[in-house]
Write a protein that binds this ligand. Structure first.
Ligand code: NAP
Length: 267
């Protein structure tokens, strides 16, 4: 999607993958500081969203609060600034879908990086949910995430629950899957699908497959569903806008979306 945007804007640049091992981070970031480095922006993905923070000069307010970075902007002076567009990207997709989280009961499966960004943003917006429950297969991870966020954010509406039953799916308005469960067809269902109901919106961060078994059953139960392609799109648009320091117009965004969808279909 980023290369599509470069083409549309007639910018001679390339978005490419740097597959790095953790022991290569030092050298990679040292090279980034060189005046002759050709790199002016980066995305950061799992498992480095927190690990890159010590290498940066400063953080935008939301990245500072969420303590996770998925976007880095490098100035002409080779100063490195970290942003997090995952949380805002999720919100932008919800807004697109016409979904408000104000006063809702939210249940989240998974306490990793994506969950961190989503919980942070939901706690910071004026349209705060009434409650957020998080469940992770390793309970201590959910509790640790909450304790960590509590240093920067008012997380009084969030509770880490020890079992999937305690997520109260049957009483929830919005269920978010932030685990990798559903990527493979053989993946187990994480809870009794009978708990899904017509008033529940299910948001699965997974976008490939486009419809996970969770989304399929939720849809069959009459509830609203969405996969994570919209979040991926918006986090990318927001990242590009930080790198380019400008708003992208609708034509460019359309090209980015088409390229993203095409990438999914080519898989
Ligand atoms: P992550 O940091 O690895 O977090 C996933 C969390 O889910 C981990 O804490 C993991 O625990 C937990 N988990 C695994 N199996 C579980 C189970 N059966 N029950 C409960 N919890 C379980 O990954 P992430 O970066 O947050 O990504 C999560 C998912 O969201 C992935 O599928 C990713 O592709 C997707 N994602 C989508 C977008 C988007 O833009 N749409 C953005 C980011 C991520 P363990 O570590 O113990 O396995």
């Amino acid at each position: 999607m980023h290369n599509a945007a470069f083409r549309e804007l007639k910018v001679n640049a390339e978005y490419r993958l740097f597959p790095l091992r953790v022991e290569q981070l030092d050298e990679f970031f040292n090279d980034l500081r060189r005046m002759d480095s050709p790199i002016f922006g980066l995305n950061v993905t799992v498992p480095y969203k927190e690990k890159v923070i010590p290498f940066l000069d400063n953080l935008a307010p939301f990245a500072l609060k969420a303590r996770a970075v998925n976007t880095i902007v490098i100035s002409k002076e080779r100063q490195l600034k970290g942003y997090n567009t995952d949380g805002p990207g999720f919100l932008a997709h919800l807004a697109d879908l016409g979904v408000s989280t104000q006063g809702t009961r939210v249940a989240i499966m998974g306490a990793g990086g994506a969950s961190r960004a989503i919980i942070s943003v939901l706690c910071l917006i004026p349209q705060r949910p009434e409650s957020i429950r998080i469940y992770d297969i390793e309970h201590h991870k959910a509790q640790q995430l909450l304790d960590d966020l509590a240093e920067q954010i008012d997380v009084s509406i969030v509770k880490a629950v020890p079992s999937i039953e305690d997520l109260n799916v049957e009483l929830s308005d919005l269920l978010i899957n932030a685990t990798p469960i559903g990527l493979k067809e053989s993946d187990p269902f994480l809870f009794d699908p009978e708990l899904l109901h017509a008033h529940l919106m299910v948001y699965d961060l997974i976008y490939n497959p486009a419809e996970t078994p969770l989304l399929k059953i939720a849809r069959e139960k009459g509830g609203r569903t969405a996969n994570g392609l919209g979040m991926l799109f918006y986090q990318g648009v927001l990242a590009f806008q930080h790198w380019a320091d400008m708003e992208l117009d609708e034509k460019v965004k359309k090209r980015m979306w088409t390229s993203l969808e095409k990438g999914m279909n080519d898989d």
